[in-house]
Ligand binder design. Sequence first.
Ligand code: PGA
Length: 251
Amino acid sequence: MSRRKLVAANWKMNLNKQQAIALAQAVADAMPEGELDVLLCPAMLHAGVIAQQLVNSRVSLGAQNCAAFENGAYTGEVSAAQLSDIGIQYVIIGHSERRQYFHESSADLTAKIKLALAYNLIPIYCVGEPLEQREINHHFDFVAHQLQKEFSDLSAGHAAKCIIAYEPVWAIGTGKTATTEQAQEMHAFIRAQVADWWGQDVARDIRILYGGSCKAANAKQLFACPDVDGGLIGGASLLIDEFKQVMQAAI
Ligand code: PGA
């Protein structure tokens, strides 16, 4: 299997500038040797300074969001083109917090994915079910519906450039983690959907990250699942000792 593991830090709306610089440096210093991609997604405000800081490191930079519009009169928004321009390579799209608190619609998310690709950013497109859907055993239907509505319309060439993150909403920031069985079966399900739409080659190569209370204590088991290609890490990415262990677990 040729998929390279990826560990992405989602710092969310945390850290001041000095803290962000210090943590980025600590991650760059701790980046393990070997086959692994690591990227940091700081607050937008700090992205420029961290982009410069990471220029000569093996750590990449991502954004936590981008606008659903190309440019123009959209006060407060940051476009995919602007992210790309300062050296950002990845962008998280459709995080459950964006869906829940900022009411991002499926149409917004598809537009963002397409704009990100148009400006050579790699989308990290997030899906995942809330607790009530899992409790009534609708989690596969729920995720299939998200993928169908927001992602299935891409060309095979575009889909192949994306990363998908499975983030069960009930596991995000709650300390509850999906079991390895729950993660593996959903990742395999997502990969099978990708195969249905774009064929085995795209399905074999696309990376599917797990997110939701992934930390030092469980990363190794999760990353050992055949269809889990790394993690999107929130809380544990703010603690350098935790994050170091998560990176090590992906080697
Ligand atoms: P968490 O967040 O690791 O704190 O659960 C993950 C995420 O929201 O991407």
